[in-house]
Design a protein around this ligand. Structure first.
Ligand code: PLP
Length: 282
């Protein structure tokens, strides 16, 4: 297991960071998770654009050839199907202080874990999910992919305690997203998803779903979704880079639609497979 740390590729147990690193002390850092299939980054450009957005939002200044760093890390780990985690912290001072100067040098860390190629595996391999709905306890800049994930961890743990796979969150009566995914509902053949803004992360998979819906004349809309709308939806899906698009068949103990993977989900999953095949064959 080779990791990347500040310019070096080295075994994970040899990688060390300072106890004064602000990522460790304050969660003063941002991250990305990018799937690589057969050694090729899936929507790498979109992930790197979001990373630059997060870095700019927190005014963490670093200029790196991310693509070269990640491609080399993936090849050092044997290529194949890997999920790449990339984290950039503001850096380490010489003591713990909320304040920071402009002399810090950001810490850059990346590592890989093996994943399944969900698209090659096919729709029968996708396990539908059970979710709970709970309060969104996060800050108001969820568009920034920061490593301050305590609320996300708390809600997913709550889901786990209730025998569910994910927690969907609501703020001010409106659905936002899951602990590590975006949410979609289907009502009478129309795909709905919460509006993009500072209350949700602009998911790269969310964007792909909207793009594929557009290209294939499937009506889709960004709207406010309340609990009633969620509970009466014909289909509910979640989306994320490593999970793709996954049907939800139970919410707070109640069945969604007829309790099966929905027909529009099957269509969207099929479009994902075709999209990935096109990417892989150039
Ligand atoms: N929302 C949150 C809070 C996430 O953590 C993630 C990804 O991990 C997503 C949405 C989905 O984003 P993407 O599709 O780019 O993986």
């Amino acid at each position: 297991n080779i990791v990347y740390l500040n310019g070096e590729y080295l075994p994970a147990d040899k990688a060390k960071i300072s106890v004064f690193d602000r990522g460790f002390l304050f969660g003063d850092s941002v991250y990305e998770v990018i799937p690589f299939y057969q050694g090729v980054g899936f929507r790498l450009t979109e992930h790197l654009a979001r990373l630059e957005y997060s870095l700019r939002a927190l005014q963490i200044q670093t200029c790196q050839d991310w693509e070269a760093i990640l491609n080399l890390l993936v090849s050092q780990n044997g290529g194949g199907n890997l999920s790449v985690y990339l984290q950039i912290t503001r850096g380490a001072g010489d003591s713990r202080s909320h304040r920071y100067g402009d002399d810090l040098s950001p810490t850059v860390f990346a590592c890989c874990t093996p994943i399944k190629d969900i698209y090659t595996a096919g729709p029968d391999d996708i396990v539908p999910m059970k979710v709970i709905v709970t309060a969104d306890l996060r800050w108001h800049r969820c568009d920034v992919k920061s490593t301050c994930l305590l609320p996300n961890i708390m809600v997913v743990h709550q889901a786990q305690a209730q025998d569910a796979d994910e927690a969907l969150m609501m703020r001010d009566g409106k659905l936002t997203e899951g602990s590590s995914c975006n949410v979609f509902i289907v009502l009478q053949g129309v795909i709905y998803t919460p509006k993009r803004g500072s209350e949700i992360l602009g998911g790269t998979t969310r964007e792909l779903i909207m793009q594929l819906a557009d290209e294939h004349a499937i009506p889709s809309q960004e709207v406010d979704i309340d609990y009633e709308m969620l509970k009466t939806a014909d289909e509910v899906w979640i989306s994320s880079s490593t999970r793709g698009v996954v049907p939800v068949i139970e919410i707070d103990g109640d069945q969604v639609g007829d309790g099966e993977k929905g027909p529009l989900w099957s269509t969207m999953f099929e479009l994902f497979i075709r999209y990935q095949q096109k990417l892989m064959t150039g």
